[in-house]
Design a protein around this ligand. Structure first.
Ligand SMILES: Nc1ncnc2c1ncn2[C@@H]1O[C@H](COP(=O)(O)OP(=O)(O)OP(=O)(O)O)[C@@H](O)[C@H]1O
Length: 299
């Protein structure tokens, strides 16, 4: 028997007037995986997440979460008991303390993991939420997303507002959650983060899914950054090979991104004397830009 996917998105389309926020999206998130949903601002990530929670209804197509169709109110209500959700913007009653907010959440959905979560993410619970920094608000949000021991957690930009130390704490927590079998689906435009925790990523651009792959093959497609220092300037024509992009040259130093065949590259370089050579993985930001080309939708 194959296990039911935690999330299955089927031709999911959502329009707001003329805007197609989600255009026939199609993907699955398998049970136990950490899936990153990447895209720039306005690409349609929040729309998908809110649809999965039943907060928006699809224009056409549908999705299931833990087997429940998001259009079926009662099955979805049951499934939501086993789902944690961290929205992009948490709205709190500002005058209450973190503690009483969590007390209220506990009464609604349970608190099996409350102590564990408040030990890990430790906002000043005795203070009113209005005094919280954005990082403390985010930590309160993370606590409420996991406190009832959900099977699936859906998070909208979970690292926003967290300082680097807290981000690392979240990342190592997420890796441990994967070991424990929790399924995690989160949106991000912070690609360095995604790479540290995700098994697979989907990239969304202007409502359309433009890539769906495991993180390793995404990095492979992104190629390698190559930097060469030669005894005399390289002739650009000698490097007219398939798979060279972002070519830059300053005197005897040449840089480019290479996605082609290494043997062809070495053959082309054989007539030069190399003083130094570096080949390294590009930052994921760059890989991402290659998917978007020049028109990255940074509107
Ligand atoms: N309630 C709404 N009414 C009208 N248009 C909307 C509404 N919600 C979203 N949109 C539009 O749908 C598109 C996708 O928005 P969405 O919030 O899903 O993007 P996003 O990828 O989550 O962006 P961000 O990273 O900025 O949160 C945008 O063009 C946005 O303006």
């Amino acid at each position: 028997m194959t296990e039911m996917p935690a999330i299955e998105v089927q031709a999911l389309t959502k329009r707001f007037g003329e805007t197609v926020a989600n255009d026939a999206l199609e993907f699955r998130v398998e049970s136990g995986e950490i899936f990153g949903f990447l895209g720039p601002n306005g690409a349609g990530k929040t729309t998908t997440l809110r649809t999965l929670l039943g907060l928006l209804s699809p224009t056409s197509g549908t999705a299931t979460v833990l087997g429940a169709d998001v259009r079926d109110e009662e099955p979805l209500r049951q499934a939501r008991k086993r789902i944690g959700y961290l929205p992009a913007e948490l709205s709190f009653t500002e005058s209450v303390t973190g503690e009483s907010f969590l007390g209220y959440q506990a009464a609604l959905k349970g608190d099996e993991r409350l102590t564990e979560m408040t030990d890990l993410f430790d906002p000043p619970l005795e203070k009113p939420i209005r005094t919280y920094s954005s990082g403390n608000r985010q930590m309160l949000g993370l606590i409420q997303a996991f406190m009832h021991d959900p099977d699936l957690v859906i998070m909208d930009e979970p690292t926003s507002g967290l300082d680097p130390l807290k981000q690392e704490r979240l990342n190592s927590f997420l890796r441990a959650e994967r070991e424990a079998g929790t399924t995690i689906f989160f949106s991000s435009h912070v690609l360095g983060e995604v790479r540290r925790v995700c098994d697979r990523v989907g990239i969304i651009r202007e409502g359309e899914l433009v890539a769906l792959e495991d993180i390793d093959s995404l990095l492979r497609k992104g190629g390698k950054r190559v930097r060469l220092h030669t005894d005399e300037p390289l002739d650009e024509d000698a490097l007219a090979l398939p798979g060279i992009v972002d070519f830059e040259q300053v005197g005897t130093v040449t840089r480019f991104t290479f996605t082609g065949d290494y043997n062809e590259l070495l053959a082309a370089l054989s007539t030069y004397s190399l003083i130094d050579m570096e080949i390294e993985e590009p930052p994921l930001e760059e890989v991402f830009m290659h998917y978007y080309g020049d028109d990255r939708g940074d509107r």
